[in-house]
Design a protein around this ligand. Structure first.
Ligand SMILES: [Zn+2]
Length: 279
């Protein structure tokens, strides 16, 4: 597996994408300030996955699917990241985060000796790399080409607006600007992509409500076959006391109709039905 870490994300991004033949996957942070960048990175058949901080730990099902489907991926981490602040708070005072979120999100950084946001953000790319390599080798897929990037938050920093929304959906298989009702210029939305059955879903949501202070959550399905699953996600969040104590509004799920096409990568051996098992 080839791994390169470079600092200047924007100037190398086009070079990276030009060097890749065919579709690829991209992983990164759910932060609202990065949506335009992910939109511009998209290529037909690619998949974009955004999690809290771009942390992949706990998203094993999604990572497995990505490395099985794609030969190449771009894994980005994030500087100036709200999720890194949660990690630091948990490192300083363990009781500040729920135990399951401590175990999954904070503890991996504790074992790396991280103490502040700079440590966390600097350690994250290697940790995501290690995680992908572990899963790839489990599946005998150690020869994947993974490009690592550390992404600075676009500057100047924009203040957080008052009414921010967390949009939860499955990994995105199209440009943001092609998603009905979504504008890449909307600076109020965080995008959390999940395997709905993964414990990392709750981690991302908790970070969004507790640290980022989003005021509402919108669950959407991108295809009819996801409708039932995503409605369950909304219901589960409504019933979770650790989420609800922050008083977040959970809007009725938005379920898209069949006229909206979703670009599913065509590759021998991986059928849409295989994907549906996970997503
Ligand atoms: Zn971030």
């Amino acid at each position: 597996m080839r791994v390169a870490i470079r600092d200047d994300f924007m100037s190398f991004m086009q070079e990276d994408i030009a060097s890749i033949k065919g579709p690829f996957f991209v992983t990164g942070c759910m932060d609202r300030r990065l949506t335009k960048i992910f939109d511009s990175m998209y290529r037909e058949g690619s998949t974009i996955v955004r999690t809290a901080g771009g942390f992949l730990n706990g998203s094993q099902g999604v990572v497995e699917q990505l490395i099985k489907e794609y030969d190449t991926g771009i894994v980005t981490s994030h500087r100036g990241c709200g999720a890194a602040e949660v990690v630091v708070e948990g490192l300083k005072e363990r009781q500040k985060v729920p135990p399951d979120i401590y175990d999954q999100v904070v503890n991996p950084f504790a074992s790396k000796g991280c103490k502040d946001c700079t440590n966390v953000e600097a350690s994250s790319p290697e940790m995501q790399k290690d995680y992908i390599e572990q899963i790839a080798s489990l599946h005998g897929l150690g020869n994947k080409s993974i490009i690592m990037r550390c992404m600075d938050t676009p500057k100047p920093m924009v203040e957080r607006p008052n009414k921010m929304e967390l949009v939860i959906t499955t990994p995105l298989r199209r440009r943001y600007s092609q998603l009905p009702g979504v504008s890449v210029n909307d600076d109020t939305k965080y995008y959390l992509h999940c395997d709905p059955s993964s414990p990392s879903l709750k981690c991302g949501v908790w970070i969004a409500v507790a640290e980022i202070k989003v005021g509402s959550i919108q669950v959407i399905s991108q295809s009819p076959r996801e409708n039932e699953m995503m409605a369950k996600v909304a219901e589960t969040l409504k019933n979770d006391p650790e989420i609800q104590k922050f008083g977040v509004a959970i809007n009725p799920p938005r379920l898209y109709d069949t006229s909206i096409k979703v670009g599913i990568p065509q590759k021998p051996g991986v059928t849409p039905r295989d994907r549906a098992k996970l997503f």
